[in-house]
Design a protein around this ligand. Structure first.
Ligand code: 8X3
Length: 259
C-alpha cells in the first residue's frame, strides 16, 4: 500500500493495542495494515506463523503471535501475554463445502462451528477483562451475510455464521453499561485469495465460479475499510451491524453476472 491512507505512521509505546485474528491473509491482513496505519499497535494472530511474522515485519509497532483460536488453552496463554487490549477484531473463520443439508459432512459442520463460533467465543472471553479494563474497548465480530439469510448449499457455514451473529447481539446486550462496544460487520461477496478456494478444498475452477461474471466483488481492503471506520468512531458511537455487499449483489441469492 502506498497511498496516503496507508503510509506508515510512527507508533508510540502507548498506542492502543488492536488484536486481529486470522491476520495471515485476506480481510485480516488488510485490517492489520489499516489499523497499523491508523496508529494502533497491531497484534496479528493466525495459525501460519511465517505469514503473520512477514506482515508484522512490514508494519510499525506490530507483533505476530501464532494462534489457533479453537485451542482454548493457547488462547488463554495468548491473553496472558498482552499488556493491554483496546480493540479485538474477530476475523478468523471460513467455509468448508457447499453441500446440501441432506448430504453435508457433519465433520465440516463441526469444524465450521468450532472456528466461526467457538473461536470467537474463546478469544472474546479471554480478552474481555483487558478490553473492559482499557475503559474504552471495542469487539468486532466479522460475521457474514450468511449470518442473516440462507442460501441453498450454505449448509453449515450459514448455520455457523448465524451463531456468530447471535453471539455478537447477545454480548452487546450483556455488556450494556460497560465500556466495551460490540460491532458486527457482515460482508457479502468478497473476493479474497483463499475463501472460496478453501471452501472448495483447492478446486480452483469451482472457486472461480463463485465470482464468475461479477464485475467488482468486494476486496479484502473494502471490508477492512469498514472495520477501520467503525473502530475509529467516537467511543460512544456503536455501529451495531454493518452489512456490506458489492453493488452487483442485491441479496445472498441475487447477483448480477455479466456474460
Ligand atoms: C461469505 C459470503 O455468500 O459466500 O461470507 O456466504 S457467502
Amino acid at each position: 500500500m502506498t497511498d496516503a491512507a496507508h503510509s506508515p505512521v510512527p507508533v508510540s509505546e502507548e498506542a492502543p493495542i488492536a488484536v486481529i485474528t486470522g491476520a495471515s491473509s485476506g480481510i485480516g491482513a488488510a485490517t492489520a495494515r489499516r489499523l497499523a496505519a491508523a496508529g494502533f499497535r497491531v497484534v496479528l494472530t493466525a495459525r501460519r506463523a511465517e505469514r503473520i511474522q512477514a506482515l508484522a515485519d512490514e508494519l510499525p509497532g506490530a507483533r505476530a503471535y501464532p494462534l489457533d483460536v479453537t485451542d482454548r488453552a493457547a488462547v488463554d496463554a495468548f491473553a496472558a501475554s498482552l499488556p493491554s487490549v483496546r480493540v479485538l477484531v474477530n476475523n478468523a473463520g471460513g467455509a468448508l463445502g457447499a453441500d446440501p443439508v441432506a448430504t453435508g459432512d457433519p465433520a465440516d459442520w463441526r469444524a465450521m462451528y468450532e472456528v466461526n463460533v467457538l473461536g470467537v467465543l474463546n478469544v472474546t472471553q479471554a480478552l474481555l477483562p483487558a478490553l473492559t479494563a482499557s475503559g474504552d474497548g471495542t469487539v468486532v465480530v466479522l460475521s457474514s451475510t450468511a449470518g442473516h439469510g440462507t442460501y441453498e448449499g450454505g449448509g453449515g457455514y450459514v448455520a455457523a455464521k448465524h451463531g456468530a451473529h447471535v453471539l455478537a447481539e447477545t454480548l452487546r446486550l450483556e455488556l450494556c453499561g460497560q465500556p466495551v462496544r460490540v460491532i458486527e460487520i457482515a460482508p457479502g461477496m468478497v473476493k479474497t485469495e483463499e475463501f472460496a478456494t478453501t471452501r472448495f478444498r483447492g478446486d480452483a475452477e469451482k472457486a472461480a465460479k463463485v465470482y464468475e461474471g461479477v464485475a467488482e466483488p468486494l476486496t479484502a481492503d473494502d471490508v477492512a475499510d469498514t472495520i477501520e471506520w467503525v473502530v475509529t468512531r467516537p467511543s460512544h458511537v456503536n455501529v451495531d451491524l454493518l452489512v456490506v455487499r458489492p453493488r452487483a449483489q442485491a441479496s445472498n441469492t441475487k447477483v448480477h453476472r455479466e456474460r
